[in-house]
Design a protein around this ligand. Structure first.
Ligand code: ARG
Length: 464
């Protein structure tokens, strides 16, 4: 046990309590952020004259060598240390002696961990946004190739009206676009530096918080030291955004699972993203999509867990907050894996255009258009609705589509039917005439695809 706080104690901590208290096994993930923060802190300490330039240089050299040695596998982060902060400081002192003991001047582990978690989260927000960009580009590509690929649109999972594959996937484009916007919003709000808040009440050293904020690429320092060491809102916001993104991925997974089923056959998932059965030789299962749907629960769980951890914490830092890490790391890892895998699966998935089109011609997806046809011919909509309803019943009995009836049969239901009805209720016409902005008609769909393209090109910046 190599702790930072021996002086005030007469006895030793129990072994079980030490293990229970320690966070090294999971916060070692924050090594790079911890060192990045210490580089900035010592740079600033030297600028304001609290340490000498030579001491700062020794500290920088020592910190960089620790990071390098861990990366090269020459130095192991063991559970001899309580947490990653103790590990770095103890190793620094080992390497450079007294100058290392000065690093923690004007700093507490509370603002250190607040900074590390914020730096880590900021990086993952940016990384997730990049993964979303891949998803949007993949969707955009498939959409632009399928503006005239007809398929049934559903409500209540019952065939409703004809749409196109571009239109259906466009719905997911909107969802993942909102997810990207949410991440940027979080980035903007969280990009302030807590370093220099001390344990809770700032410090009596003349720290230059603007400088450390600038060195660490933040917009500026945070404005209340008690809030700074105990704020995990940004992490809750991120987990919330990830939960929403997982909800979108889970809905999409559900559709892929349905589309991939023997009954639908709208898509074929590539072998790289499916698995077989140990007993049934014919099976090709959509396990990846099912797991994405399944893992959504644990991401929601992380959000609920952190909300619950934070809800009873009096100001400022309390050790409960150490519980922010494991659940968040797990949720972030899983959400990113799901997003990456789903995007790859989508990019390699074959769409069975014929099956989709065939399905759209069955199930009376043109019934609304048939009613609208009669409206144009002067029948009030409510009457037209009822006429087509009876017509559909007749077709169900005959096991055929409206388009399969002869004009004579149609005229039995209304004398307003003419031979132009077949053109008017064809799949192509039904889709082409849907020209309100946001509808599947190719003319408006192409405009939306252009707007989507512009979004992909313009939204992401160097930093975000
Ligand atoms: N391991 C702690 C955490 O994750 C670091 C901060 C410890 N601060 C303290 N005063 N014990 O929250």
């Amino acid at each position: 046990m190599a702790q930072l706080w021996g002086g005030r104690f007469e006895g030793n901590i129990s072994e079980l309590a030490w293990k229970f208290n320690a966070s090294i096994n999971f916060d070692k993930r924050l090594l790079a952020q911890d060192i990045q923060g210490s580089l900035a802190h010592s740079e600033m300490l030297a600028k304001v004259g609290v340490i000498t330039k030579e001491e700062k240089e020794a500290i920088h050299k020592g910190l960089k060598s620790i990071l390098q040695d861990v990366r090269d596998g020459k130095l192991e982060i063991t559970d001899k240390y309580e947490d990653v902060h103790s590990f770095v400081e103890a190793n620094l002192i080992d390497r450079i002696g007294d100058a290392g003991k000065k690093l923690h001047t004007g700093r507490s582990r509370n603002d250190q961990v607040a900074l590390d978690m914020r730096l880590y989260t900021r990086g993952e927000v940016v990384h997730t946004a990049k993964l979303l960009k891949n998803m949007l580009s993949t969707l955009q590509q498939i959409m632009s190739e399928n503006v005239e690929t007809y398929m049934p649109g559903f409500t209540h999972l019952q065939k409703a009206q004809p749409v196109t594959l571009a239109h259906h996937l466009g719905a997911y484009f909107e969802m993942f676009k909102r997810d990207s916007l949410r991440l940027k919003d979080i980035y903007e709000r969280m990009n302030y530096c807590p370093l220099g808040s001390g344990a809770l009440a700032g410090t009596t050293y003349p720290l230059d918080r603007d400088l450390t904020a600038e060195l660490l690429d933040f917009y500026g320092p945070t404005l209340n030291s008690m809030d700074s060491v105990s704020d995990r809102d940004y992490l809750i916001e991120f987990l919330s955004a990830l939960s929403t993104m997982m909800m979108h991925l889970s809905r999409f997974s559900e559709e892929v699972i349905i589309w991939n089923s023997n009954e639908y056959r709208f898509v074929e998932i590539d072998d790289a993203y499916s698995t077989g059965s140990s007993i049934m030789p014919q099976k090709k299962n959509p396990d990846i999509a099912e797991l994405v749907r399944g893992k959504t629960g644990r991401v929601y769980g992380a959000l609920m867990s952190l909300y619950t951890t934070m809800k009873g914490i009096p100001l400022a830092y309390d050790k409960d907050m150490q519980e922010d890490k494991e659940v968040s790391f797990d949720a972030i890892d899983n959400a990113q894996h799901c997003l990456t895998l789903f995007t790859d699966m989508l990019a390699t998935m074959k769409f069975n255009n014929l099956a989709m089109e065939k399905s759209a011609t069955k199930g009376f997806t043109n019934a609304t258009d048939a009613a609208d046809y009669l409206v144009v011919k002067g029948v009030p909509f409510r009457d037209a609705h009822s006429i087509i309803g009876r017509l559909v019943l007749y077709c169900i009995d005959k096991d055929c589509a409206i388009d399969n009836l002869t004009i004579e049969e149609l005229k039995e239901f209304s004398d307003k039917f003419d031979s132009d009805v077949f053109e008017a209720i064809s799949l192509k016409t039904c889709v082409e005439k849907r020209l309100t902005l946001g509808a599947p008609g190719p003319l408006v769909m192409n405009k939306v695809i252009e707007a989507n393209k512009a979004f992909i090109n313009d939204f992401w910046t160097d930093k975000f």
